[in-house]
Design a protein around this ligand. Structure first.
Ligand code: ADP
Ligand code: MG
Length: 267
């Protein structure tokens, strides 16, 4: 199978990395072999899984620019079924180095497609920009998840992102689907959070996941322990909500047994 899902939004701090790590870990728990590709030079999902970006040997950068095969770069995490293709600050330079390359938008696809079938899911944690690395991520992907924070200006920039996705769908990757818009950091006590949920749902309707990710302290703590939240506190609302998201995605993709279809709304 090997489905590649990019987690993208050019806004920083909306929950891309948190979603990449915890969705990937949830898929891994549900017995799907999953690879996280850290495509952000800030390397937050690399460090959030307990690796020091300064000490890794090869990153996605070498795979895209220097022709290193991903098998050389991929590391096993401490979490069963979960693998990481790390990032490194050098990835910043890749944008510039790739400008003169032929098929510069397809470097990540060229790197990932040969190993796609080795995994059930490949989750790409994108950087907060719509630059060449993100274009590469969206060109390599089968679908995209757009996290939207339940905060002021939630919809800001979303039009531009959806427009970029449209351009990629016409020019570079006709198969790119929108897996869904994911509401993150929802706080039921805050009226604004509810307003954002209503606004986004009214506007994007069926594109919005039923699962809503609550604001949860465990989700913000676990990167400092270098583990996904489910490994730190599997009963926390944060861990449960990402498990529900994984189930919702599996169900949408026809990969969940009927009796497991208990997708609950987290709040
Ligand atoms: P991005 O990758 O889009 O920049 P992050 O996933 O790094 O966003 O999230 C930004 C910050 O918010 C981080 O400190 C993260 O720990 C925190 N965070 C993300 N999602 C949640 C959540 N649901 N509850 C609490 N904190 C969260
Ligand atoms: Mg991030």
């Amino acid at each position: 199978m090997g489905k590649i899902i990019a987690i993208a939004n050019q806004k920083g701090g909306v929950g891309k990395t948190t979603t990449a790590i915890n969705l990937a870990a949830s898929l891994a728990v549900l017995d799907f072999k999953t690879l996280i590709v850290d495509a952000d030079p800030q390397a937050n999902s690399t460090s959030g899984l307990g690796f020091n970006p300064k000490e890794i040997e090869y990153s996605i950068y070498e795979c895209m620019v220097e022709g290193v095969i991903p098998q050389e770069a991929i590391v096993e995490t401490n979490f069963e079924n979960l693998y990481l293709l790390p990032s490194h600050i050098d990835l910043v330079g890749a944008e510039i180095e790739m400008i003169n390359l032929k098929n510069r938008e397809e470097k990540m696809k060229e790197a990932l497609w040969p190993i796609k079938e080795d995994y059930d899911f490949v989750i790409i944690d994108c950087s907060p920009s719509l630059g060449l690395i993100t274009i590469n991520s969206l060109t390599a992907a089968d679908s995209v998840i757009v996290p939207v924070q339940c905060e002021y200006f939630a919809l800001e920039g979303l039009g531009k992102l959806l427009n970029t996705i449209k351009i990629i769908q016409t020019r570079l990757n006709t198969n790119l689907a929108i897996e869904g818009i994911l509401l993150t950091m929802y706080d039921m006590r805050v009226r604004l959070s509810n307003q954002v949920v209503n606004e986004v749902t009214a506007h994007f309707k069926h594109m919005v996941f039923n699962t809503i990710i609550p604001r949860n302290i465990r989700l913000s703590e676990s990167p400092s322990y270098g583990v996904p939240t489910i490994a730190q506190d599997s009963d926390s609302k944060g861990a449960v909500s990402y498990l529900n998201l994984a189930r919702e995605i599996l169900s949408k993709n026809g990969l969940l047994e009927q009796d497991e279809q208990t997708v609950r709304k987290a709040n």
